[in-house]
Every structure is written in C-alpha cells, then in structure tokens.
Design a protein around this ligand. Structure first.
Ligand code: PAF
Length: 310
C-alpha cells in the first residue's frame, strides 16, 4: 500500500514525525513531495541513529537505477530515492519536455524492491520556488570538456539540484552510476567542498544484452538503431584491446570511421583521459589510469559511455 504522505497528514491531522514512524510499522511506503516534511522525517531518523542513503534520479527508472537502489538497500539504513526531472540541467527546452516521465511506474518498481524505500518527488515550484535558474559553480576546465562542452550550463544545473538535495537530506551515503563518469567527478568536488560527511558510492554501468549502456534515453531508439548502437560499447572494448598496439590518433580515426559509416550515427567525441583528473592523455603512461569516453548521436539521440582502458 502506498499513499501520498501529505494527503494522509492533512486528512487525519497527524504529525509528520508520528506518521513516518507509523509507516514503518504498518508497511506504508513513504512518498513525499514537500521539502519541509522530508526534513522533519530525516531529522527524526538522524536522532534515532539511522543513517540516510540517497539515490538522486530523474525517474523513468531502469535497471541501472535499480542496481543503485539495491546497493543502497544492502546498507540496511533508510533509503531515499528522489525523482525529479531537473529543468536547469537541460540546455534545450525540447529535450526537457520530451524527457520520459513515469512516476506511477517508478513507484511500483520501487515498491516491488522494498516497501521501506522512501520517495521524494517534488514539483519544480517546490524545488525552485519562482526562480527556475541554476546557481553558478566553478568546476574549471571540467565545464568545457565532453558533456560540459556539448551541453552548456549542464553541470551548473546538475550541481544546483544535487546541492539542494544534499542540503535537504544531508545523506550519509549517496549513490551514482559510473556511466555518467564526468558527473561523478563533478559531484565528488561538491562533496569535498561542502558535504565532507557524505560518502559517495559509485556503481558499475549496467548494460543491455548487446552491451549498450542502459539509459533513460534508450527508449527513444528504434529497434534497428537500438541493435546498431551495440557498436558504441564494441568500440570501447576495441580501444581497450588495442591501447598498447595502436597509437591514440589512429585508434580514434578507426573508431570514428566505423561509427560514422552507420546511417544516422555521428561521433560527437571520443577522448582518452586520466581517470582522476579527466585531463586529456595523448600517449600511454604506465603510471596513469586511463579511461576512454564516448558520445554518439544516433538519429539525434545522445548516447554516452566510458570504459577503463588501463
Ligand atoms: O544522473 C541523473 O539522473 C541526474 O543528472 C541527477 C544526478 C539525478 C541530477 O538531476
């Protein structure tokens, strides 16, 4: 059984703290959309010594998100999934409007995993009041490479919502997927600066049977393009297998040619970078961890992925 907490609270005039404790006893799922109420529940739980796990999402939950939630459930602590399609991280209005939304399905998927999962699904007004605008952060060169370069202001939007969520939940643990590696590096910086008590758990990329990294955007691909998109991971594996044999420039050219020759496919970037700093690497260096980062536009749909090379 799940009900909106605010509705229950208004109906029976029950104190939110009492309601949250009651929920655990009678197997109600907590679904909240008001920041004030979440803050009260969090405060109460922190006093009781419960730790808080937070999985920020934009909903349309897929196997990748579910793997993060399962990882959080293993901790045996209070698990919150936030579901909010954050307008300030989209650089095109059309992309924001078309982004898949499926709150009821998301709730059912989470309920199947455990009724103990708590959901925060605020409105845009609740998060941004009347000013739907990102704050200004300074992530240095990270803002002008890869996703930062092709999606201007994207990381300011991500940092704005993640900071707002962290301020509400003050999470002990937060969970993010390695597929969005550049986002992970940026959020690590936010944590180092402002949320030192929060520990970040980074989870492996979950893949379709054909190797394609699972993403909410995959639903926009036709069956044919979905199958053909297997080339993205295949080329990353090709890079990993050949890193010691072929120089970077030639490797890039081979991969670009293979991808661009498929109809509707366009390689946006393929970069070899230091796994920690994300600085570009042009030759093999035995001491460095190197990752390959790729973005391919498939009929206009941007698909990103990355792999550890060495
Ligand atoms: O990775 C995402 O889904 C989003 O960028 C995040 C971290 C939930 C912020 O909106």
């Amino acid at each position: 059984m799940y009900l909106r907490f605010t509705k229950l609270q208004n109906l029976y005039k029950i104190d939110i703290k009492v309601l949250s404790l009651l929920a655990v006893k009678v197997l109600l799922m907590i679904i909240e959309n008001k920041i004030k109420n979440v803050e009260e529940i969090i405060k109460k739980n922190k006093i009781l010594g419960n730790k808080i796990c937070l999985i920020p999402t934009m909903g349309s939950l897929h196997k990748g998100h579910i793997s993060l939630v399962k990882e959080a459930l293993k901790m045996g602590e209070m698990v919150w999934v936030s579901i909010f399609v954050n307008p300030t991280q989209f650089n095109e209005l059309d992309d924001y409007e078309k982004y898949p939304r499926s709150l009821n399905d998301d709730i059912s998927k989470l309920k199947k995993l455990s009724h103990k999962i708590c959901i925060f699904s605020p409105s845009t007004k609740e998060i941004y009041t009347n000013k739907v605008k990102s704050d200004d952060f300074d992530f240095g060169f990270l803002e002008s490479i890869m996703e930062g370069k092709f999606r201007p202001n994207h990381f300011n939007g991500v940092a704005t919502i993640v900071t707002k969520l962290f301020e509400i939940f003050i999470p002990d643990y937060c969970f993010f997927g390695e597929k969005d590696y550049q986002q992970v590096v940026i959020i690590k910086k936010i944590i180092e600066t402002n949320f030192k008590e929060t520990k970040m758990i980074i989870c492996d990329t979950i893949r379709e049977k054909n190797g394609l990294a699972i993403s909410s955007r995959n639903c926009f691909l036709s069956k044919k393009k979905f199958m053909e998109s297997a080339i993205i991971y295949k080329m990353l594996v090709f890079a990993r297998n050949n890193i010691n044999k072929i120089n970077f420039r030639l490797l890039e050219n081979i991969i670009a040619k293979k991808i661009n020759e498929i109809s509707g496919f366009e390689l946006e970037y393929l970069d070899f970078r230091d796994a920690n700093s994300l600085k570009k690497i042009s030759t093999i260096n035995s001491k460095k961890h190197i990752r390959a980062f790729i973005c391919v536009k498939v009929n206009g749909i941007r698909l990103i992925d990355n792999i550890e090379l060495k």
